[in-house]
Design a protein around this ligand. Structure first.
Ligand SMILES: Cc1cc2nc3c(=O)[nH]c(=O)nc-3n(C[C@H](O)[C@H](O)[C@H](O)COP(=O)(O)OP(=O)(O)OC[C@H]3O[C@@H](n4cnc5c(N)ncnc54)[C@H](O)[C@@H]3O)c2cc1C
Length: 296
């Protein structure tokens, strides 16, 4: 039987732990890259891995089969991201049955984004409006499953205020979520303030900072425009300059150096679990781990 992520948090912890997020490869070539990425990162001992669910459920079959495959192959927990934005409750009940059949019991319960970058979300007929409802729906049917949810150090783009957003994060935890993974951020202050605000309102589950090592300027600009995270002015200017003077290699170097600085500071200030957005590539994450794990 697969282990639950919350069991990892309950174990006494020695040193820094980490998890890796992957997405289902879209071609045979990408699949090969993913397999080699997984093999390399496995060597570093992640505590769990997670697999994304394409926007609008677009990778439903690929995500589920990848999670089922990894659950069979790996000895660590595999977390299935699951969005409810486009599913009716009946459809979601069937998806949960499929997951159960595949022995999958770790879920990152998400609402999902509105279509085509729209800033407002309307639930489908007979569907869910918020991730907190999905958490409750899962808990009602599978009380023992382990559920993670998303948290937003800079606030979710649709939320009217940081306070409101936090209140809604608390609703997800009160509905049964066992842990929180944050949206990417490039300024640790946002994370530390978020952590304080979470603890202040009684969110006491583990909160894992989500770290994206920047490897492409175009890509990070696209991600941040969608998810509402900001790039500090100084970092953005440096990235632009690196691209002009050294091209893609320069951007990658700077992105990795920034992620190393971020992770080092997080660890120095007491964070002992980091979630990496790997984008199915290992070199950047490996460089960060090399730096982090050789430190006492
Ligand atoms: C770690 C992580 C992993 C992700 N993985 C995926 C993935 O695999 N696939 C994918 O498609 N997307 C993924 N996303 C993106 C996510 O789907 C979007 O950010 C989505 O817009 C919000 O999802 P949520 O679960 O945070 O929604 P919710 O928690 O429902 O929040 C959505 C908005 O509604 C507001 N809200 C919540 N409850 C209420 C309420 N009761 N009343 C009024 N307002 C409320 C919140 O403040 C927020 O503004 C991920 C995000 C993160 C941080």
């Amino acid at each position: 039987m697969a282990r639950l992520v919350r069991e990892i948090f309950e174990e006494p912890q020695k040193g820094i732990r980490f998890s890796c997020e992957f997405f289902p490869p879209k071609s045979a070539e990408e699949e090969e890259v993913f397999n080699s990425t997984l093999k390399t990162l496995q060597g570093w001992g992640p505590s769990f891995v997670s697999v994304t669910y394409g926007a609008g459920g677009s990778t439903h079959n690929e995500s589920l089969s990848m999670v089922a495959r990894l659950t069979k192959e790996l000895e660590i927990p595999v977390v299935a991201h699951l969005t409810c934005a486009y599913a009716s409750k009946e459809e979601m009940a069937n998806i949960l049955k499929e997951l159960d059949k595949g022995g999958i019991q770790n879920i990152l319960a998400l609402r999902g984004d509105p279509p085509n970058g729209s800033k407002s979300f309307s639930p489908p007929p007979g569907g869910f409006s918020y991730a907190s409802q999905l958490v409750a729906f899962i808990k009602e049917r599978y009380p023992n499953w382990c559920i993670g949810v998303a948290g937003y150090p800079e606030g979710h783009p649709e939320s009217s205020s940081l306070e409101d957003d936090l209140k809604h994060l608390k609703e997800k935890v009160d509905a049964g979520a066992d842990f929180v993974v944050t949206q990417l951020f490039f300024n640790n202050l946002f994370f530390f303030e978020f952590l304080d605000r979470c603890r202040d309102i009684g969110i006491d589950v583990p909160i894992l900072p989500g770290i994206l090592p920047i490897t492409s300027l175009k890509q990070v600009l696209r991600f941040t425009s969608l998810c509402g995270a900001s790039i500090p002015d100084e970092l953005l200017s440096a990235l632009k300059k690196a691209e002009e003077t050294q091209g893609a290699k320069g951007v990658k170097r700077l992105g990795i150096e920034h992620a190393i600085k971020q992770c080092t500071e997080l660890v120095e200030k007491g964070v002992n679990f980091i979630h990496f957005y790997t984008l199915n590539r290992s070199p950047a994450t490996v460089e960060i781990l090399q730096e982090l794990l050789r430190k006492p």
